[in-house]
Design a protein around this ligand. Structure first.
Ligand SMILES: *Cc1c(COP(=O)(O)O)cnc(C)c1O
Length: 404
């Protein structure tokens, strides 16, 4: 994705042309970028050939799931809906792991019937429920336990998941008790120890700390785990400041860990696979000038892209046509939703723009469409995938009548 003759283009397809042809807002993805991310992710950990399960909650478009599956990834799901979708996309059940703190009986039962690789349990009550269901089906079910390692992942508090105050996983002492509980069951087999300490992690050190804790706990438990699921959380650079996770350092440590414990390593990346492969193309409806700032009112809102409202996260906004004239004033890019938090970004300068112009919100491939809603009774945007210069409609724009 880059400017070609000053026009922002996705694999040589102009964002302006897409806006004219399909209307706005549009979620548009680049196949080449997804492929590059998938191959890079795998290459980073090539020494120990991990099972890589794409986190479906980051983007659950069926067409994209199919493409990611074809590139060899499995799936990490957190609901029966995501599980059904992953299966529909053709993901092999033996490459699917099921996480989440609140799996219902129906979800557990379905997962057992489909013979997925692992259900990663997050509490004693859940384990008891899985055993009850397994028993009723007279089946032995392989499960994992998710550990809460009490680590600060040095990320936004809203997307930190591995601290003792977070709802996820079980603490160390509970883990030992649960291992003993599972040993007594005829219907459960403990195959996996899993962790996922948070999202948008850019510092490798929390990961290293996590590996140390895992090692110590495995030694102490004396349990032989077939799988160690290290979760996802690898961050990307959303801004101009190039800050990147040091995969080499992380990979080297995981490799050492792998050699020592000889368990199959599982990763569950979401954001790092898909975030920078998607943009949101939007039109400026109005420019509203006040004494304090200029509001640029877009036709994309927090219902289309919730991350700024939900986490105060910042996505780069760029013009679809690049020009040289600059305006210096506080410029706030907002959506049309009746909420003050429906605001994407405030900048001190931006290129001069007019009403009716097209802008591009960057790095929205992960937790963009998947977090979207019909709030204010607005239909969800169309999704396009550009692959080999071809424009594929991978999800139609919702029509007003669909949602009334
Ligand atoms: C959300 C989630 C992931 C993916 O996180 P990313 O930051 O998108 O890589 C992986 N595993 C679990 C259990 C999750 O909840």
């Amino acid at each position: 994705m880059k400017y070609i003759n000053k026009i922002f283009s996705i694999e040589k397809v102009s964002a302006i042309k897409l806006a004219k042809r399909f209307g706005t807002p549009i979620y548009c993805y680049s196949y080449n970028k997804i492929k590059e991310n998938v191959l890079n992710f795998r290459k980073n950990f090539d020494n120990f050939k991990p099972l890589i399960c794409f986190s479906v909650k980051s983007n659950s478009n069926l067409y994209l799931l199919r493409e990611i599956k074809k590139l060899g990834f499995g799936a990490d799901v957190v609901s029966i809906g995501e599980l059904i979708k992953a299966l529909k996309a053709g993901v092999e059940p033996k490459k699917i792991v099921f996480s989440g703190v609140g799996k219902t009986s129906g979800e557990i039962s379905y997962a057992i019937n489909k013979k997925i690789l692992l259900i990663n349990a997050e509490s004693k009550s859940e384990i008891i429920k899985i055993e009850k269901i397994a028993k009723s089906k007279r089946k032995v079910v392989e499960i994992g336990i998710r550990l809460n390692p009490n680590i600060d992942a040095k990320t936004l508090s809203q997307i930190s998941t591995g601290k003792k105050t977070n709802k996820f996983g079980v603490e160390e002492n509970e883990l030992y008790r649960l291992i003993n509980l599972i040993k007594k069951s005829k219907y459960l087999k403990l195959s996996c120890l899993s962790v996922h300490i948070g999202s948008q992690i850019l510092d490798y050190k929390p990961y290293i700390k996590m590996l140390k804790i895992l090692g110590r706990i495995i030694d102490k438990s004396r349990h032989k785990f077939k799988f160690i699921d290290l979760g996802g959380g690898m961050g990307i650079s959303y801004g101009d400041k190039i800050k990147k996770l040091n995969y080499q350092k992380y990979s080297k440590e995981v490799n050492k860990f792998y050699k020592k414990y000889k368990a199959k390593i599982i990763f569950e990346p979401g954001r790092s696979v898909i975030a920078d492969a998607g943009v949101l193309i939007s039109e400026v409806i109005y420019i509203k000038k006040t004494n304090y700032k200029n509001f640029v009112i877009l036709d994309a809102g927090m219902n289309d892209l919730m991350r700024p409202a939900l986490y105060r996260s910042k996505h780069k906004i760029i013009p679809a046509i690049k020009r040289n004239q600059l305006q210096k004033k506080n410029i706030e890019f907002v959506g049309p939703i009746c909420e003050t938090t429906d605001s994407f970004l405030i900048l001190k300068k931006f290129q001069k723009i007019k009403e009716g112009e097209i802008l591009v919100i960057c790095d929205v491939g992960a937790y963009g469409m998947s977090l979207s809603s019909n709030y204010n009774l607005r239909p969800r945007p169309i999704e396009l995938l550009i692959k080999e210069k071809k424009i594929n409609i991978i999800k139609k724009r919702e029509r007003i009548l669909d949602i009334i």
